[in-house]
Design a protein around this ligand. Structure first.
Ligand SMILES: *Cc1c(COP(=O)(O)O)cnc(C)c1O
Length: 423
């Protein structure tokens, strides 16, 4: 059961995000032929509002496809569902207290299949590409997108190629291989992988599902914003803090809020959107504070947070517009604070979060200290992925190895610096 009863997509056309031109949504499309910028899916929102309402949603099951009216797939049989969507929104009580926040919430995207919110984007994009007749798929990936593409490609029965930087975490590579993708490792960055992936696509006819270079990964990621509004009782939070690479998640949520407003389900108020990047790769933060409409590519990108190691984003203008129109901001976090926050989050009960998620949490502490975020505001931090897929934060102790015999117990107790029962 994927919870999507008999509702169907109300997709009408695609629209150039800058040119405003209309295009046929029922053939495979990539970027806007007029200017090579992203294409946005447009829906008949009046029609969608007739079947999608707080009441009808309450009757539906969980998962991404419960929002079928606002997703691109026309034939419900084509909806690939591996359990993605309907992730928890929970109060991380001890961590919130440590950050000085009264009403912090975490959206737990690591609970998605493949361990990150990339599953949402690929569920929508692969389902739709298959529906429109794609026969092979390819994408560049910093790690999580490749694993997700491989998983959904396998679900669709389509061959997949993933092009990754050679230093991608082993878990991402292994996930893609186990899901039967062809994996190419490139001695370079995600931007180099993007160029190579595009060349292979041209040469082989594979459909390139690079983020924002086809219209539908954005639609899958948009469901994070739809869920957030529903979970908060059809209200918006004060602030959303999102670790940003290509920015599709953030742009998708802004699009979700606009669509819900057009459907009369929320008002004109918007959360302040905060984009978080790593100091070693912060093209959007730099462009935001320089007042630019586009982000210059970042030279020499380095950060352990692979999802943030995106030197150039095709959706730069869309991200910057979303930050500015919401009254939000952009923050770059030093690498050592990412490492430290990954451990703090674990110690304070938010689980083993990814370095990207840790960057978002570290930014919150900074923004509260600066007074940009009030301690009593409702802030939603996106935990975009699990920590398990990455090399661990530096400085973890090697656990002692002890024998299993009775006489070893005393030695064990001596080794533990906490937890011994008082005599
Ligand atoms: C891809 C990724 C990001 C960045 O997401 P965008 O929507 O591309 O900005 C953040 N965190 C994790 C764990 C990711 O995999």
């Amino acid at each position: 059961m994927n919870g999507s009863d008999v509702t169907t997509s109300t997709l009408t056309h695609l629209e150039g995000s800058e040119s405003g031109r209309s295009y046929d949504a029922d053939v495979l499309q990539r970027t806007d032929p007029a200017d090579n910028r992203p294409l946005l899916a447009r829906y008949d929102l009046d029609r969608a509002a007739r079947s999608l309402s707080p009441k009808s949603l309450a009757q539906r099951g969980g998962g991404l496809w419960r929002w079928a009216e606002l997703l691109p797939v026309r034939d419900p049989q084509r909806q690939l569902w591996l359990g993605e969507g309907s992730t928890a929104l929970y109060p991380p009580t001890r961590l919130a207290r440590a950050l000085g926040m009264d009403r912090l919430l975490i959206k737990a995207e690591g609970a998605n299949p493949t361990g990150s919110f990339k599953a949402r984007g690929m569920a929508a994009a692969v389902s739709r590409a298959a529906e429109l007749g794609a026969t092979t798929l390819i994408a560049p990936s910093a790690g999580n997108a490749g694993g997700a593409l491989a998983a959904y490609g396998a679900a669709a029965g389509l061959p997949v190629t993933v092009v990754m930087p050679a230093d991608v975490p082993a878990a991402n590579r292994e996930e893609a291989l186990v899901c039967d993708a062809d994996v190419l490792l490139v001695e370079g960055l995600i931007s180099d992988c993007g160029r190579i992936s595009a060349q292979i696509a041209t040469a082989t006819g594979a459909f390139d599902v690079s983020t924002l270079k086809e219209p539908y990964r954005l639609e899958g990621k948009k469901t994070m914003g739809l869920e957030l509004v529903e979970d908060l009782g059809w209200r918006l939070p004060d602030v959303i803090v999102y670790p940003t690479g290509g920015g599709t998640g953030l742009v998708g949520m802004a699009k979700a809020f606009d669509e819900l407003e057009a459907m009369g389900l929320v008002g004109a108020e918007r959360p302040r959107m905060v984009s978080v990047q790593a100091e070693g790769c912060a093209p959007l933060v730099r462009a935001f504070h320089a007042g630019e409409r586009r982000a210059e590519p970042w030279v020499g990108a380095t950060t352990r947070a692979g999802g943030l190691r995106v030197p150039a984003a095709i959706g730069d203008t869309l991200v910057l517009d979303a930050l500015r129109s919401s009254g939000g901001t952009a923050v770059a976090v030093p690498e050592d604070e990412i490492d430290a926050m990954q451990r703090s989050a674990g110690r304070l009960g938010a689980g083993y979060v990814s370095p990207e998620s840790a960057a978002a949490l570290a930014a919150i502490r900074e923004l509260v200290a600066a007074g940009t975020i009030g301690a009593d505001e409702q802030v939603v931090a996106f935990d975009t992925g699990v920590g398990h897929k990455y090399p661990p934060p530096p400085g973890l102790a090697d656990p002692p190895v002890v024998g299993a015999d009775e006489q070893d117990v005393d030695r064990m107790l001596a080794l533990l610096d906490r937890g011994a029962a008082p005599a």
